[in-house]
Write a protein of this length. Structure first.
Length: 158
């Protein structure tokens, strides 16, 4: 088979239609009426149904977007053109997500600070208990020494 066309060995019948004004460059068949089988030809029937078009648009993506969006798909430089309200909504969502992440970080830091403060208070309580225990021991020892010191000095009375 040739690369760009189809060579038909049968003699070509002349068209019988009186009103034939098709341009062979844009038709789906060759001048003889047989379908094109060239390298760049599209293999589809000339009467594509609306369900075929819907299927093709769903598969390959349609240029039309529903719900009244003004997004266009024209050209290399306007590929990402979107409606300003969509852009504003996207920016608000992004800023809300950022604020939420910062709030989560602040919450984690606050919880850590609370835990640290609680641990510090517990440590102070333990230190105070230990100091109180040591003070009681010291007090008891001082009392014992005082008892021993009481009988001293009996020779001082004349």
């Amino acid at each position: 088979m040739p690369l760009f066309g189809h060579k038909n060995t049968a003699p070509e019948p002349t068209p019988t239609h009186a009103h034939t004004t098709t341009n062979p460059r844009y038709s789906n068949s060759s001048a003889g009426g047989s379908p094109r089988k060239g390298f760049f030809s599209r293999r589809r029937s000339s009467s594509a149904s609306s369900s075929d078009l819907d299927t093709r648009n769903n598969r390959h993506g349609s240029n039309k977007l529903s719900h009244g969006s003004t997004r266009s798909s024209g050209g290399l430089f306007h590929r990402n053109h979107e409606d300003s309200s969509i852009i504003a909504a996207r920016e608000r969502v992004l800023s809300a997500e950022t604020a939420e992440r910062e709030a989560d970080r602040a919450l984690v830091q606050a919880r850590a600070a609370v835990q640290e403060a609680r641990n510090h208070v517990k440590m102070l309580e333990r230190e105070a208990e230990e100091e109180a225990r040591l003070a009681k021991i010291k007090q008891q020892q001082a009392k014992d020494i005082g008892k021993r010191a009481k009988p001293l000095g009996r020779h001082d009375r004349y």
